[in-house]
Design a protein around this ligand. Structure first.
Ligand code: ZN
Length: 328
């Protein structure tokens, strides 16, 4: 590969990515299983070639005479995962940004931003200083994307959450169902499909969190049954078979799929119309044919779900509008 030529071509390419939607896809993008996310993909070799000549410092993070603006919004922070290595922290302007660092055998350094904050995947040969310099070089893009995520989250949390009282409405398969609380000697949870009512027996002393938990379990049960049914519909159409289906509840990551055929679907999809459930199911199953987001992958999706672009947009919009129903 011609490094000099690459360095020269690097800047305009980067410019295009930065001015775009924040998502980069292409033949050289690494495989990833996200239905939604912002990713900046840089090839380490190109990146360091672009930094030459070495007489200039690798980055100039902040002008000394200008105080960084105060943070506008709390940035999303990666969740603490038991057993995972501790998060790393870097100061980017006014923000102390915590990020997950993953090492991989690949030659590229990748930045992924979603509701779980910043994730950096770096080749093993890069040391921590080089990684931090690479992050600083992209700090405007990173902070802007993190702020967008933070603002969206703040907006979601401002919406009135469900009041856990008789008559409350819960989003269900694109419509609403009504919560009916019925005093009862023994607690129960029944769905009246005709009335579109979820009837919950409330025993004396039932706490709100217990009621929430009951409804959550019911929704998760519905989700599991529906997802299994839709998987059984789409798998033969795509001529694939999967090994396992489990429910997840992570942020706005709607689905994932491993090479081994383990598919995870977010149970909160049960709030959305069936057509969007179908899109995520078709998307994840299509990964069993193409473990990437190449043109071939999207052609595979389109064969069983033609309007995937419409579904993607609708999913993004609805997930931003979804009120916080289960705050924990
Ligand atoms: Zn995918």
């Amino acid at each position: 590969m011609d490094r000099v030529r690459n360095a020269r071509h690097f800047a305009p390419r980067l410019q295009r990515w930065l001015s775009g939607s924040g998502e980069l896809t292409g033949a050289r993008a690494a495989p990833q299983n996200k239905a939604d996310g912002s990713q900046l993909e840089l090839f380490a070799q190109d990146y360091f070639a672009a930094l030459e000549p070495a007489c200039a410092p690798p980055s100039a993070p902040q002008a000394l005479f200008k105080a960084p603006p105060p943070p506008r919004v709390a940035l999303p922070v990666p969740p603490i995962v038991p057993g995972a290595p501790p998060l790393r922290r870097i100061q980017l302007g006014a923000h102390a940004v915590d990020y997950v660092l993953r090492r991989s055998a690949r030659r590229s350094i990748g930045f992924m931003i979603d509701d779980d904050g910043l994730r950096v995947t770096a080749p093993r040969r890069l040391n921590l200083t080089e990684i931090d310099n690479a992050i600083r070089a992209k700090q405007r893009w990173i902070v802007t994307k993190l702020e967008e995520r933070g603002e969206r989250r703040a907006l979601r949390q401002k919406k009135p959450a469900v009041q856990w009282v008789d008559g409350a409405e819960l989003p269900y398969l694109g419509g609403a169902i009504t919560l009916r609380l019925q005093p009862a000697a023994r607690s129960h949870c029944r769905y009246d499909e005709q009335a579109r009512e979820l009837q919950v027996g409330v025993v004396a002393g039932l706490q709100e969190w217990q009621l929430r938990e009951r409804v959550r379990l019911w929704l998760q049960g519905q989700a599991k049954a529906l997802f299994a049914e839709r998987m059984a519909h789409f798998a033969p159409l795509l001529n694939v078979s999967y090994r396992s289906l489990t429910l997840s509840s992570a942020g706005t990551r709607w689905g994932s799929c491993t090479v081994g055929g383990s598919i995870r679907l977010n149970w909160r999809l049960i709030h959305f119309p069936l057509s969007l459930v179908d899109y995520v199911v078709a998307h994840e199953l299509a990964h069993l044919r193409e473990m990437n987001h190449s043109a071939q992958f999207w052609a595979t999706v389109a064969a069983v779900y033609p309007d995937y672009d419409g579904a993607k947009a609708a999913l993004r919009k609805l997930s931003q509008e979804l009120p916080v129903i289960f705050p924990d």
